[in-house]
Design a binder for this molecule. Structure first.
Ligand SMILES: [Zn+2]
Length: 245
């Protein structure tokens, strides 16, 4: 049972120290480096001690299935070349821009088509809150969340996937986390993306552009409902384009 795996069992005090140290070491990179989402493991390991590397490897070997999460393992994929950088995405009310995101070109193009259709029908647009994340970057995101939820491993695994399991790092099923231009996000709990017009529109129309909701309510994967997280699948898009051209 998932509930058996609390922080005391899986993550001990020395693990915690190492995770905090890894987060400290990568903090500046996360703030300053535009390309941090493309970081590979050799780059991450360069700044880590041998004990920290061992800890990262321990997490890379965690079997999600043992923790009640029934999602496929895609494996640690190489960071692809030629991803498109998406800069200067702006919210309507917030001054802060979304940090640079990356997507494979075909996914970015499909997103642009989806967005123009959405704009035509609703006068609204969606922003990309999170696109491609390299497996090494995913590891850092996982550690950040683990730290945020007080090292409660069973909580963290349901919310943030470990490298090799995330569709954000698997370009064949590249995921995008959408947000509205008002800034309704995955993090801000006072807003609910599933209650937006944009989400309702996606439910009806996203498939036409090759996007599919990965984790609906009460999904079979044991993952929380993620209304913002949509995976892109090429083949359907090709079929659809055939029918409209
Ligand atoms: Zn996501």
């Amino acid at each position: 049972m998932i509930s058996c795996y609390n922080q005391n069992i899986f993550i001990n005090a020395s693990d915690k120290k190492l995770i905090i140290s890894i987060l400290k070491k990568t903090k500046n990179k996360l703030k300053k480096v535009d390309r941090v989402r493309l970081m590979d493991f050799s780059e991450l390991f360069r700044s880590l001690s041998s004990r920290e590397k061992v800890l990262v490897k321990k997490f890379l070997n965690v079997n999600f299935r043992k923790h009640g999460i029934r999602i496929p393992y895609f494996g640690i994929q190489k960071v692809p070349k030629n991803l498109i950088a998406i800069r200067s995405q702006k919210y309507v009310y917030k001054i802060k821009e979304i940090e640079t995101q990356y997507l494979p070109r075909r996914v970015y193009q499909a997103y642009k088509k989806l967005n123009s259709a959405l704009y035509k029908e609703l006068g609204k647009r969606l922003l990309i809150l999170s696109g491609y994340r390299s497996p090494a970057y995913q590891m850092i995101v996982f550690f950040q969340y683990l730290n945020y939820c007080n090292f409660n491993f069973s909580k963290a695994v349901k919310r943030i996937f470990l490298p090799g399991y995330s569709e954000h790092g698997y370009v064949k099923k590249q995921a995008i986390d959408f947000t509205t231009t008002e800034g309704i996000s995955t993090i801000d709990k006072s807003f609910d993306f599933s209650k937006t017009d944009e989400y309702r529109w996606l439910l009806k129309n996203a498939y036409k552009f090759g996007f599919y909701l990965s984790y609906p309510r009460n999904n079979k994967f044991g993952v929380i409902f993620e209304p913002w997280h949509w995976q892109f699948r090429d083949n359907r898009l090709k079929d659809y384009l055939k029918t409209v051209n």
